[in-house]
Design a protein around this ligand. Structure first.
Ligand code: SF4
Length: 262
């Protein structure tokens, strides 16, 4: 298995991963994408909204604390993100499961349905690293409001990093003639978080500095992992979340931003 960092720009790997479409090579091995804090385009208004405010009506003191936390994030976040492309799609004979490489995941129907026509899947992980998380934890002890806002900033940074990685994988796949699905993670869309262990087994140990606890919680906590289906016949569903009642889902916000950008 190869392990290398690549700049965040779309390109096909030089080594081909055999695919049903034949001639177009896909990235092979494990790819770490080079992204800095400045690439994340963290959405200040989005964080204000998570905190329960419109940006313009946020109390001045809260706005100042938000700026303090964003300033610390710019210094302390150490984004790392990467992916590995494997053969993947709905598991044969099952409506509730996905096969990726040799592993079968009981994802339930939303994810299995989305990957029904996939030929490959990108297994991905991303983290902002431990430093900002540690600062936010210490802030919570001295100034609970700042700590609370810092926690929201950390989540927004991890979410923005996952968005950029998602965009990168989309561009890489497009350059190779493939479309991609939404991204899906254990713990969302009915997929048990316990399968996080199986997911990380497809990546090198300690990939991007992320480790798993027994309860499948990622360390650093501000990390995101999951899968994205790929193939000529898959599609991204902008309306997937409309009938779901998981209101604070990180992916819902990505889809809403994506839909608004069109
Ligand atoms: S909001 Fe969308 S992505 Fe999140 S759990 Fe529901 S269907 Fe899945």
């Amino acid at each position: 298995m190869t392990d290398h960092r690549e700049p965040c720009r779309p390109s096909c790997g030089s080594a081909a991963l055999p695919g049903k479409t034949g001639t177009v090579p896909l990235p092979s091995g494990v790819n770490e994408v080079s992204l800095g804090f400045g690439d994340l385009a963290v959405d200040r208004a989005g964080i204000a909204s998570v905190l329960g405010y419109r940006e313009a009506t946020m109390p001045e003191h809260f706005g100042e604390l938000l700026d303090v936390a964003l300033g610390e994030a710019a210094v302390r976040c150490r984004p790392r993100a990467g992916f590995r492309v494997l053969a993947g799609g709905r598991a044969e004979g099952r409506l509730d499961a996905v096969r990726i490489g040799d592993a079968v995941f009981t994802t339930q129907k939303i994810v299995a349905g989305a990957l029904a026509r996939a030929e490959h899947a990108a297994v991905f992980a991303a983290t902002i690293g431990p430093d900002f998380e540690q600062w936010a934890r210490e802030a919570l002890g001295t100034d609970p409001v700042l700590g609370f806002i810092a926690d929201a900033v950390g989540s927004a940074c991890a979410e923005a990093l996952a968005d950029r990685l998602h965009d990168h994988i989309e561009a890489v796949m497009a350059a190779c003639g493939r479309k991609i699905t939404n991204r899906y993670s254990p713990g969302y869309c009915g997929w048990s978080v316990a399968e996080q262990h199986q997911l990380f087994a497809l990546l090198p140990a300690g990939f991007c500095g992320i480790t798993l606890g027994e309860s499948a919680l990622m360390h650093p906590v501000k990390s995101v992992s999951g899968i994205i289906g790929a193939g000529p016949a898959v599609k991204h569903s902008d309306y997937l979340c409309d009938v779901c009642n998981m209101r604070d889902c990180t992916y819902r916000r990505y889809h809403e931003r994506r839909r608004a950008a069109v």
